[in-house]
Design a protein around this ligand. Structure first.
Ligand code: 5AD
Ligand code: SF4
Length: 391
């Protein structure tokens, strides 16, 4: 069914290794990239040592993860050099967009830097990148070519049945500008795919044997591809052969009753909501530019729980945001106790370039951040266990 016409027949295909860090969006980007590269005649390999081109698709949300990427890449480059192997090393994704040309100064072994909105350019230049003895930086792209989405998507159809959900991108980018977050600067403004493209992709995936799907976007609830997100969800849930459907991620300020109604009205939509709260203190929520108060957050989840009985609820929390006092922290602690999330991902605040909060003094000492982090992890572990009895 998938026409392979036009695939260059290369007797010695370029071997590419891709390693992915970060969110589901990045995983899907890597799959699409792999599909588009294969279509261009490349061979994807599982071991970096077999590769001519070593690509790291990276996340920029926290500094800790960045340090790890540079350190692993550095080790690989050193190891290749010591054996006289000539490989292309590429930094892709959100860190590439953040560092741009400075990445070459930070990591002199790099040959290629490519932001998340320029991945298709990389595909087009693969042969040049491999043959040229120069450095390439593809950054600052405005939006991803439709070609990347649709053609790339078509050529990454996983074969056979799988119980893992297949990711389908519905929108990307972010216009919310939470004061701690680098995403709007590295992923760019919000763009939604036309709903017909989304539906067509899901249909195509169903006919390729897939039945479980996750609709992806940095903030799916601001989807605007010809209908709103609840309508899109409803549409996709009605496609024949879609047995399981979920979505991520939702910003609380845009998650409304109608979303929960649609979730409740389809058997095949998983009763699973990830709704990042970030803090239980209104003062901190305001400083984070989140656009809701704790009270408003509580009302949302009360509506969710009323409409979707036994619905699973998870969240993200940041401790140690600039100016977070013990009192603010205790409000977050109390919020976890009051809400009883099924799961909570807890992060220590990390100042990120370009963000508004990075101009504030990072005044919660690391030791204190670590204490708050540990305290909430312990608390949540207990709460999660109580919600999910193991018998
Ligand atoms: N520091 C710590 N955590 C952050 N997150 C986003 N930016 C930062 C930052 N600068 C967390 C948020 C978000 C999750 C994906 O990562 O909780 O929801
Ligand atoms: Fe990380 Fe955000 Fe980029 Fe995903 S979109 S990889 S979470 S910075």
């Amino acid at each position: 069914m998938f026409c392979e016409e036009g695939v260059p027949v290369d007797t010695m295909p370029t071997k590419v290794y891709i390693r992915t860090f970060g969110c589901q969006m990045n995983k899907r980007d890597s799959e699409i990239l792999a599909g588009a590269l294969r279509r261009r005649g490349a061979e994807l390999v599982d071991d970096w040592e077999d590769a001519d081109v070593v690509l790291f698709n990276t996340c920029a949300v926290r500094k800790h993860a960045e340090d790890r990427v540079f350190s692993i890449l550095g080790l690989l480059a050193k190891s290749a050099r010591s054996r006289g192997q000539r490989k292309v090393f590429g930094l892709l994704g959100c860190m590439a967009e953040e560092w741009k040309g400075d990445a070459f100064k930070k990591a002199p072994y790099l040959d290629l830097v490519c932001g998340p909105n320029d991945l298709y350019t990389l595909v087009e230049h693969l042969e040049d990148i491999v043959s040229a003895k120069r450095r390439w930086a593809f950054v600052g792209g405005e939006r991803r070519s439709d070609e990347f989405y649709s053609r790339g998507a078509y050529f990454t159809v996983p074969t056979g049945e799988s119980t893992e959900p297949t990711f389908v991108i519905v929108m990307e980018g972010c216009d919310n500008f939470c004061s701690y977050c680098i995403v709007p600067y590295v992923r760019g403004r919000e763009r939604s795919r036309p709903w017909r493209d989304v539906v067509e992709e899901v249909r195509m995936l169903v006919s390729a044997g897939r039945f479980s799907f996750m609709l992806l976007g940095q903030n799916v609830n601001s989807y605007a591809g010809g209908m709103d997100f609840p309508d899109l969800l409803d549409r996709v849930a009605r496609i024949e052969g879609v047995r399981e459907l979920s979505f991520a991620t939702s910003h609380p300020k845009d998650a409304h009753r109608r979303l929960f109604e649609v979730m409740a009205s389809h058997e095949n939509i998983r009763p699973y909501l990830h709704l990042p709260m970030q803090s239980g203190s209104d003062r901190i929520l305001r400083a984070m530019n989140r656009g809701y108060t704790y009270e408003e957050y509580l009302e949302k989840i009360a509506t969710y729980r009323a409409l979707v009985p036994n619905g699973y609820l998870s969240t993200d929390i940041i401790v140690g945001f600039p100016g977070e006092t013990e009192e603010d922290f205790l409000k977050t602690r109390r919020a976890l106790e009051e809400i009883r999330f099924d799961n909570a991902y807890i992060f220590k605040y990390s100042p990120r370039p370009f963000t508004k909060a990075s101009s504030l003094k990072d005044d919660v000492p690391l030791k204190e951040k670590e204490r708050r982090h540990q305290e909430l992890l312990t608390l949540q572990k207990r709460l999660s266990a109580a919600r999910r009895p193991s018998n």
